[in-house]
Design a protein around this ligand. Structure first.
Ligand code: GDP
Length: 326
C-alpha cells in the first residue's frame, strides 16, 4: 500500500468526474466540494462516452489532471441477466475510451471503479483481491463482470507499458442518495425501499422479496465510498486493485426486515423463489484498505434511513418516474 510520502494532493487540480449524474459520480461531486479543486463534468447530451471520438475531443479540450471513472451501464440482477449486450458493450467502450483517452492527454492520476462481482462465484470469503481470475464467474452478472475485469486490466496495462498512474477500486454493493428505484433495473436496497413504502401506503399485508432471502450481501453507503475514493487517489499508487467495503454482510432476509423497520411497515415478508438468488455470498476482504487506516463510517441502519429520506424527497419532487423511464 502506498505510504504517506507518496501523497498526491487534489488541491488545485482539474478533476473530471465521468458519470457525475450517477449515484457514485454525484457522491464524488459532493465529496470533492470539500476539496479546493476544479470539478469538470461532461453532460450526456454533449458527450456519449461510448463514442471514442467524442471522448477524445472532450479530453483534448478540457485537459483534466485527474479522472474518476464512475460512468457505467449498471443495474441489478434482472437487468444484468436480460441485457447482456448493453452491459458488456457499453462498459467496455466507456472504459476503453476514457482510459486510453486519459493516457493520450497525459492525465496524472486516474481511478477506475469496478465491482465485487468481478470475483469468482466460489471465491473464498471474505474475498481477497488475489482471488481475481481464479475461477468461473456468477452467470447472472458475468457480462458486467467481464467488462469490469477488462477495465482494471487496462489500468494495469497502461501503468506497465506507459508508466501511467492509473489505479482501480472494487466496492461492494452500493446504496444511498441518487439510487435507481425502477424495480425492473434496480438493486435490492432501492427495490425494497420502494416496495416496502408502497406496501405501507397501500396498507398491504405483505412485501414480495425476490429469491430465498438466504443470500448474503455487503452494503456500502455511497458517501463512504466517495470518501474512500478521494482518500485512495491521494495516497495509493500501486498496480493491484483495492477492495472497498465495510467488512460485514447480512442475509437478504435480515436486510428486508431492517428496511421494513426503517420504513415503518408492519406486514409480512413474502419470498419469491421464482426469482434468482444470484451468488450466495460476496463479502470483500478489506484488509488492504484497513491496513492503511481507512474505514467505512455509516452503519447500515443509519444509511438506510438516509436513503429512505432521499427516496421520499425525490418521490415528492416527482423525480422517480423519470428514473423508471431512463
Ligand atoms: P446482485 O448483488 O448482483 O445479486 O444484485 P441485486 O442487488 O439485484 O440482488 C441482490 C439479492 O437481493 C439477490 O439475491 C436478489 O434476488 C435479492 N432481492 C430480493 N428482492 C429483490 C428486489 O426486489 N430487487 C432486486 N434487484 N433484488 C432483490
Amino acid at each position: 500500500m502506498g505510504a504517506i510520502d507518496k501523497l498526491y494532493s487534489l488541491k488545485g487540480k482539474r478533476i473530471w468526474v465521468a458519470g457525475h449524474r450517477g449515484m457514485v459520480g454525484s457522491a464524488l461531486v459532493r465529496r470533492l466540494a470539500d476539496v479546493d479543486c476544479q470539478i469538470l463534468t461532461a453532460e450526456r447530451a454533449a458527450v456519449d462516452l461510448r463514442r471514442q471520438a467524442q471522448v477524445e475531443d472532450w479530453l483534448a479540450e478540457h485537459r483534466p489532471d485527474v479522472v474518476f471513472v464512475a460512468a457505467a451501464t449498471v443495474g441489478g440482477i434482472l437487468a444484468n441477466d436480460t441485457r447482456p449486450a448493453d452491459f458488456l458493450y457499453d462498459n467496455l467502450a466507456i472504459e476503453a475510451n476514457i482510459i486510453h483517452g486519459a493516457w493520450r492527454v497525459g492525465v496524472e492520476k486516474l481511478l477506475f471503479l469496478g465491482s465485487s462481482c468481478i470475483y469468482p462465484r466460489e471465491a473464498p470469503q471474505p474475498i481477497p483481491e488475489g482471488a481475481l481470475l481464479t475461477g468461473a464467474l456468477e452467470p447472472t452478472n458475468e457480462w458486467y463482470a467481464i467488462a469490469k475485469i477488462a477495465g482494471l486490466k487496462l489500468c494495469e496495462a497502461y501503468r506497465r507499458q506507459h508508466g501511467a498512474r492509473f489505479i482501480s477500486a472494487m466496492p461492494s454493493n452500493l446504496y444511498g442518495p441518487g439510487d435507481n428505484y425502477d424495480l425492473e433495473t434496480s438493486h435490492v436496497i432501492p427495490a425494497l425501499i420502494a416496495k416496502t413504502h408502497a406496501a405501507k401506503i397501500g396498507n398491504q399485508r405483505s412485501v414480495r422479496v425476490w429469491g430465498s432471502g438466504r443470500p448474503r450481501r455487503e452494503f456500502l453507503y455511497v458517501d463512504d465510498l466517495s470518501d474512500a475514493l478521494v482518500w485512495l487517489i491521494e495516497r495509493y499508487d500501486d498496480p493491484e486493485h483495492v477492495n472497498i467495503g465495510t467488512g460485514k454482510d447480512i442475509t437478504i432476509h435480515e436486510l428486508a426486515e431492517t428496511v421494513a423497520d426503517v420504513v415503518g411497515f408492519r406486514g409480512r415478508l413474502q419470498f419469491d423463489p421464482s426469482m434468482p438468488d444470484g451468488t450466495f455470498r460476496k463479502l470483500l476482504d478489506v484488509t488492504r484498505l484497513d491496513a492503511c487506516g481507512w474505514r467505512a463510517k455509516t452503519p447500515l441502519r443509519a444509511g438506510l434511513a438516509l436513503a429512505y429520506v432521499d427516496f421520499l424527497q425525490r418521490l415528492e419532487a416527482g423525480q422517480l418516474a423519470e428514473d423508471a423511464r431512463a
